[in-house]
Design a protein around this ligand. Structure first.
Ligand SMILES: Nc1nc2c(ncn2[C@@H]2O[C@H](COP(=O)(O)OP(=O)(O)OP(=O)(O)O)[C@@H](O)[C@H]2O)c(=O)[nH]1
Ligand SMILES: [Ca+2]
Length: 512
């Protein structure tokens, strides 16, 4: 039989194959064009940054915060961040009660710093707010005229800065608690409800937020979403609708229970049993001495209820360094005898059962951080108490030598502050060994300080919408990723089709 002749000339490509080849080529080109267009067309526009300034005029000092956020995303959660903090030199604005005209000028240096951080062309449109807290609340109680003059002086200075002045006022304890709660939950991303979390929430109608514990110099706040809302004490309840979800929040601010005023209260109590101008104090280190002037001691609204006449003008305090005795001493500040509600914290103030995790900031953090009690692995309540007890037992000369770089005012009071924090949390709010580890001591979340200022600004600039803003179904990166994937699938399909129509010999061999 004659073998078929193998000729040396290539077989001519059929018209169908030619068309397929051209189609394949064109599809590859189309896929490349598709990806290029997707990537370039949807590139986020050059960031248009906005700024806002909030001054936290606290009892111990004033802090100026500068925040920034991308203009086109201002209603999204978690986009505002702190870019600068400036600590104002000198005392808090309430410390200018005798020289009220100096309160405003004390802020100038920090305002200059803000001018450097914010581009000059945006100064005019940048809002500036000042909120004063417990120090000014106390001054208003003690001397309303002085408090008004301090606020006028501060307003004059802020109006003369190149920013857009939006107000300088004393905020209420309720606002302070609520804005602190908003700040930490905004920064922790707890208002963001996406994907499975949103689905889970809609099923169980739960809202997992973190409670907020703020310890200042003159007041302290506790704010959280309780399990059950009881209408017993409506003045402690707040209602928010944020990003399409309702929140019923419990809050209370204890004036005079910030750590500086708590110490004043404790001394006022100690003085009741003082026999002469010398007082032993178990909350200071052994060997530590301090003299306090009696002339203005009882003018303070936090101590005035204990007012008594003394035949001396100076009180000499000598440290004993005894933690247990110090705790017993502090206990007197928390009156647990009378509760007109189903449950109370202290002094007859309603407190629903504690619920969920808590973020504890300001002095809760400063003190616990100094005592090395804020590590990621949480300490037990017993471990914390034992660390504070050991610290209190150290003689002052030794402590001073080891921490010579720390301001004496802060260093000398860490023993008292540690004991006070435990008393407030354990005796006041009744945290137990079981739920102690639900308290997380935090100074910053990301680049932003935990505190009420961010929540205040978000609220006043209407940056937290009641309803969830309509969001594109896909993020930019998911969109580009999907485009690339689709294009790759398209190219592969075309390649496969081409291979099937134009089977190379090697692929044909095994096929019957
Ligand atoms: N150790 C330490 N203590 C600090 C620091 N900053 C402030 N404090 C002290 O911690 C306490 C609370 O400080 P803040 O949270 O700033 O209190 P505040 O805002 O001035 O006071 P309120 O008006 O009651 O909120 C005060 O006794 C301050 O003196 C710090 O950096 N380190
Ligand atoms: Ca404060």
């Amino acid at each position: 039989m004659d073998e078929p002749k193998v000729t040396g000339t290539k077989p001519k490509m059929s018209t169908t194959r030619k068309i397929l080849l051209i189609l394949g080529f064109l599809s590859t080109l189309a896929a490349i064009a598709l990806i290029t267009v997707a990537v370039t067309q949807n590139q986020p526009l050059r960031k248009n940054i906005k700024y806002g300034i909030v001054l936290d005029a606290g009892s111990s000092h004033t802090n100026l915060y500068v925040y920034e956020w991308p203009a086109e995303k201002e209603n999204d959660t978690g986009v505002v961040q702190q870019v600068e903090v400036c600590k104002v030199e000198g005392p808090g604005i309430s410390g200018y009660s005798q020289t009220t005209e100096k309160a405003g000028p004390s802020l100038v240096q920090c305002l200059r710093q803000a001018e450097e951080v914010i581009p000059a062309e945006q100064h005019q449109e940048t809002p500036v707010y000042l909120g004063a807290t417990a120090g000014m609340r106390l001054l208003r109680l003690e001397n309303k005229d002085a408090a008004d003059k301090v606020l006028s002086s501060v307003e004059k200075t802020l109006r003369s800065a190149p920013f857009s002045f939006q107000g300088a006022r004393i905020i209420s304890g309720q606002e302070e608690g609520a804005y602190g709660w908003i700040t930490i939950n905004y920064l922790l991303g707890n208002f963001k409800q996406s994907g499975w979390k949103k689905f889970l929430h809609s099923l169980k109608s739960i809202s997992e937020t973190s409670g907020a514990l703020d310890l200042g110099g003159a007041s302290t706040q506790i704010t959280f979403v309780p399990d059950e809302i009881s209408p017993e004490s409506p003045q402690n309840l707040l209602y928010f609708r944020l990003y399409g979800k309702d929140y019923q929040v419990y809050t209370h601010s204890f004036l005079c229970y910030g750590k500086d005023q708590a110490l004043q209260q404790k001394l006022a109590w100690d003085l009741q049993s003082a026999e002469n101008s010398s007082l032993f104090d178990p909350c200071f280190h052994q060997g530590y001495q301090r003299t306090i002037s009696m002339s203005n001691f009882f003018k303070n609204p936090c101590t005035s209820i204990e007012e008594k006449q003394f035949p001396f003008s100076q009180l000499h305090i000598e440290g004993e360094g005894n933690y247990e005795k110090c705790r017993r001493n502090i206990q007197i500040l928390f009156n647990k005898t009378n509760c007109p509600y189903s449950s109370c914290s202290f002094n007859g103030i309603y407190l629903p059962p504690l619920q969920g995790d808590f973020g504890a900031f300001s002095a809760f953090y400063f003190v616990m951080n100094f005592l090395n009690l804020t590590s990621d692995v949480p300490f037990t309540l017993d471990e914390v108490a034992s660390a504070i007890q050991k610290f209190c037992a150290r003689p002052w000369h030794e402590v001073k030598l080891q921490y010579h770089q720390i301001k004496e005012k802060y260093l000398s009071e860490y023993c008292f502050s540690g004991a006070y924090i435990l008393s407030l949390l354990e005796n006041g709010y009744e945290f137990t060994t079981e739920n102690w580890q639900r308290i997380h001591f935090l100074g910053k979340i990301g680049s932003s300080d935990a505190g009420w200022t961010l929540g205040y600004m978000l609220n006043l600039t209407n940056m937290i919408p009641a309803e969830e803003p309509p969001a594109p179904p896909l993020s930019y990166s998911s969109y580009v990723g999907l485009m690339v994937l689709c294009s790759l699938v398209l190219v592969s399909v075309i390649l496969l089709a081409w291979l099937l129509f134009h089977k190379p010999k090697c692929l044909q061999k095994g096929i019957v």
